[in-house]
Structure formats: structure tokens, C-alpha cells
Design a protein around this ligand. Structure first.
Ligand code: DLL
Length: 433
């Protein structure tokens, strides 16, 4: 099913025309109302009138996370506070949080896009959605919540945490769709098993998971353990929240970007040069319908590529590949670049271990070292030390073979690695201490 059949299946020329018109209006508005954009455009010697095509647009300067921090908390808002009805903020795990605002119309647009995303992920009006994304300043909980109501399905606003109670609700209320981070979905599976509740007997058909990177192998693991079809949803608070892009459950192969509201670009993170379709680089977004917090050429730091080929679901919207990581969580271990999700892919292929891991980076004698902590399964737990040592060597060998990185592997007991209720902490970097 497609929620907005007109806008999700537009011919490319019609879509481009809409994008250009909306972009020009956005540029006029930010130039007139946000001092930051006016001075950036002036520094670059550009006025909104100079932008006449989507190619001209590539001359505009980028906006970075630092720019948002410099204008903390409300400096980038393009409307007076009396028109702002909602405020969210990013978690701020990598520094000061960034604060974003929404007008009533923005909330309506976001809800529409979330309704589209949920529909792409398999939801319909009859579904009951167990929403375990955190409610609060994080955009996940409320973003999904409003989308479900717009769609006309039923939402259980359970939020993250209190995991045992979640399992009881799942058993008793019979939700058909689960929304949570992929790491929390696995934790729910684990807790259910301990409580003797089998996911096989629950009513879930689809899970719509996002807010953190997760590998294709992790998807298979989740689908197997939770007995549902898992689709990927992407978004970020600076651009809106969840619902910027989503996979369709038909193809589960790349996330359709809602291009009638956001213009994506892929750039070389080192030079800022725009890269053609198919090439991997940093994702950049411009919002073209937002009122309170429009954003121009925002560098997301997320690494992906764009695929314009038609999709079996009928949507004409470009697809972004599953995000493999962020430019700022790329590890450089003795000169070799590696993303946590690549290590995850290798781990998931190995028998006898669980999908719970943490990467610890240290610096010894000026050299970076990587230790992979990974849980062994209950079954392997009772194996002899010799067997376990062999398993450690096997994992270390696979990481070296596939990724070219030397890593120490440390097997840990089941349930030792901290479970997260939202975004999982995959990397502990001791080098900064
Ligand atoms: O995580 C919004 C969201 C909520 C998306 C619920 C999906 C579901 P922020 O807290 O601002 O917003 O974090 C945004 O999370 O730049 C990515 O690095 C990462 N991220 C989000 N979705 C995905 C995904 C929400 N599907 C940052 N795959 C983004 C990989 C993701 N990374």
C-alpha cells in the first residue's frame, strides 16, 4: 500500500519542478528571517535570486552541527516563538544538544510523512502499533505516535524501558507492529524468552526499526528471533525526526527518501564535492517545506549512497542505502578505516555468539588498539576454555580477513553487555580520556 499515491509516485520531472519551487521559497524565507543564513549567503556572495536551478543550489554553503550549536538554543528558528508549538532536541551524546522547533503545520507535515512511512513498513488502519521508541525530547516516540494517529491505526504509547511490562502488554494487547530501535527489539526478544513468552505466538507482522545503524545480518537475526518482517526507518531531529526515509516492506532494499519535502545530496566528506548517484559519501539534506526550523544543505555525517532505479513497490522516490555508519564513528585502527556496523556484520555470521557486542578502542604506545567484546550464547557458555579460545581466535581471524583490521576478541558471559532502551552504545573510546 502507498499512503500518498500522488506524491510518492510522481514522475521525476514533476518531482524536480516541485522541489525547485519549494526550495526557492525556503531560501527566500531563511534569507529574510534567519540571520545565520543571511550572513552565510552574503559571505558566499549569493542571494536567493541567484538560485534558479537544482544545480545552482550546489553553490550554497553547508550547514553543520557546529553551526546549530553556535546558535543554541533557538537562534536558527525562522518563525516567532508564538508560532512554535513543539520543541525537541537531539540526545547530545556527542556534545551540546541541538534544539529544533515545529509549527502546527510542521507537526501536521511530519505526521503525514510518518503515516507514509508506517504504510511503507506494512501498517494499515487495522493495526495496533506497540511504540517502544522513547517519548520525550527524542523525536522517536512522539514522531511515530502522531504518524499512527494520522494513519488511523491504534498506538500503544509504551515508550522505552520497563521491559517486563512491555512483554505483558505484547502478550495481552496483541499488537501487530513493533516500533523501536533494533537493539531494543533484540532485548525485548531476550526478555520475552526469559519470561516464557514466545514471539512466535504473538501477533507481530512487521517491525519498523531505526535511530541507529544496524547491519543486514542484524536484520536477519531480528526477523528470526521476533518472527516478523523488519524494515528500516531513518531520520534525524535536525531535518525533522523519524520519517525522512523508510524502506518498503515489499523490497526491503534501500530507504525511499520523501523527496517532495527533503532534497538529498551525497558529498565527498573531505572535499565537499557533490557525488553522482551510486557513489558512497556523506548524506546532506535540505528541507523544503518546514516552517519553524528550515535547514539548508545540512551535513548529517551519515554515510550512504543514492539509488534512483525504480522500485517494485511503485514509489518513484530515490532510495538511500542502509546507513553504514557516521563519519564521526568511523574508527581508524592502525590506518585502517572501519565502521562498527562492519564488525557487526562479521560477528553475526559466526555461530555460538549473540548479537550483543561492544568495541573498546585504546591507545597503547601511540598505537590504536581495538578489543571486541562479544557475548557467547548460553549453549557455548559451558564449553571448555580451549574451545572458547578457539572461538576467539576464529572471530579475530574473520575480522582480519574481511576488514583488514587486527582486533583482540574477548568473549564475555551472556547478558554482561549493558542493554540499551534506545540507541545502543557500540563504541567505548578510551583514547579521548
Ligand atoms: O534518531 C530519529 C529517529 C527516531 C529515526 C526513530 C528513526 C526512528 P536523532 O536522535 O537526531 O534522530 O539521531 C539521528 O541517528 O543522523 C543517524 O546517525 C542515526 N540514525 C537514525 N536512523 C537511522 C537508521 C533520530 N535507520 C541520527 N540507520 C542520524 C542508521 C540511523 N542510523
Amino acid at each position: 500500500m502507498i499512503y500518498d499515491i500522488e506524491f510518492e509516485t510522481l514522475p521525476r520531472e514533476a518531482l524536480t519542478a516541485i522541489q525547485l519551487r519549494r526550495l526557492m521559497a525556503t531560501l527566500e524565507r531563511v534569507y529574510a528571517t534567519v540571520p545565520f543564513y543571511r550572513s552565510r549567503f552574503e559571505d558566499a556572495g549569493i542571494t536567493p535570486n541567484d538560485i534558479r536551478s537544482l544545480e545552482d543550489f550546489q553553490q550554497l554553503p553547508f550547514t553543520t552541527k557546529q553551526d546549530l550549536r553556535d546558535n543554541y538554543p533557538f537562534g536558527m528558528f525562522a518563525v516567532p516563538m508564538d508560532n512554535v508549538v513543539r520543541i525537541h532536541a537531539s540526545s547530545g551524546t556527542t556534545g551540546q544538544p541541538t534544539v529544533v522547533g515545529y509549527t502546527a503545520r510542521d507537526i501536521n507535515t511530519w505526521s503525514e510523512l510518518m503515516a507514509r512511512a508506517l504504510t511503507a513498513g506494512g501498517a494499515g488502519r487495522k493495526d495496533i502499533i506497540h511504540n517502544a521508541y522513547g517519548y520525550g525530547l527524542f523525536t522517536g516516540g512522539l514522531g511515530v505516535h502522531y504518524g499512527v494517529e494520522k494513519l488511523g491505526a491504534s498506538v500503544i504509547p509504551v515508550s522505552g524501558g520497563n521491559t517486563k511490562r512491555q512483554i505483558i502488554i505484547m502478550r495481552d494487547f496483541g499488537p501487530t507492529i513493533l516500533t523501536s530501535t533494533p537493539s531494543y527489539a533484540l532485548h525485548l526478544a531476550e526478555e520475552a524468552e526469559e519470561m516464557g513468552v514466545s514471539f512466535e505466538k504473538l501477533k507481530f507482522k512487521y517491525g519498523i526499526f531505526g535511530a541507529e545503524p544496524w547491519s543486514e545480518q542484524m536484520r536477519q537475526e531480528i526477523e528470526r528471533k521476533l518472527h516478523l518482517k523488519a524494515v528500516d526507518i531513518y531520520g534525524l531531529s535536525e531535518v525533522m525526526g523519524p520519517g525522512v526515509a523508510v524502506e518498503c516492506h515489499e523490497a526491503q532494499n534501500g530507504l525511499h527518501i520523501f523527496e517532495d519535502h527533503f532534497i538529498p545530496e551525497i558529498i565527498d566528506p573531505a572535499t565537499g564535492k557533490v557525488l553522482p548517484y551510486g557513489e558512497t559519501g556523506e548524506l546532506v539534506f535540505t528541507s523544503i517545506t518546514k516552517e519553524a526550523f528550515p535547514i539548508v544543505r545540512y551535513r548529517t555525517r551519515d554515510i550512504t549512497s543514492l539509488n534512483p532505479e525504480p522500485c517494485i513497490c511503485g514509489r518513484t522516490l530515490v532510495r538511500m542505502k542502509k546507513v553504514s555508519g557516521r563519519t564521526d564513528d568511523m574508527l581508524i585502527i592502525r590506518g585502517v578505516n572501519v565502521f562498527p556496523s562492519q564488525i557487526e556484520s562479521v560477528l553475526m555470521e559466526i555461530e555460538g555468539i549473540e548479537p550483543h557486542y561492544q568495541l573498546v578502542v585504546d591507545r597503547e604506545d601511540n598505537l590504536d588498539t581495538l578489543t571486541v567484546h562479544v557475548e557467547i550464547s548460553e549453549r557455548s557458555f559451558s564449553d571448555e576454555v580451549k574451545v572458547l579460545q578457539r572461538l576467539e581466535r576464529k572471530i579475530s581471524h574473520s575480522i582480519k580477513e574481511y576488514l583488514g583490521v587486527s582486533a583482540r576478541v574477548k568473549l564475555v558471559e551472556p547478558k554482561v553487555i549493558a542493554r540499551s532502551q534506545g540507541k545502543a552504545v557500540r563504541v567505548i573510546d578510551n583514547r579521548k580520556l
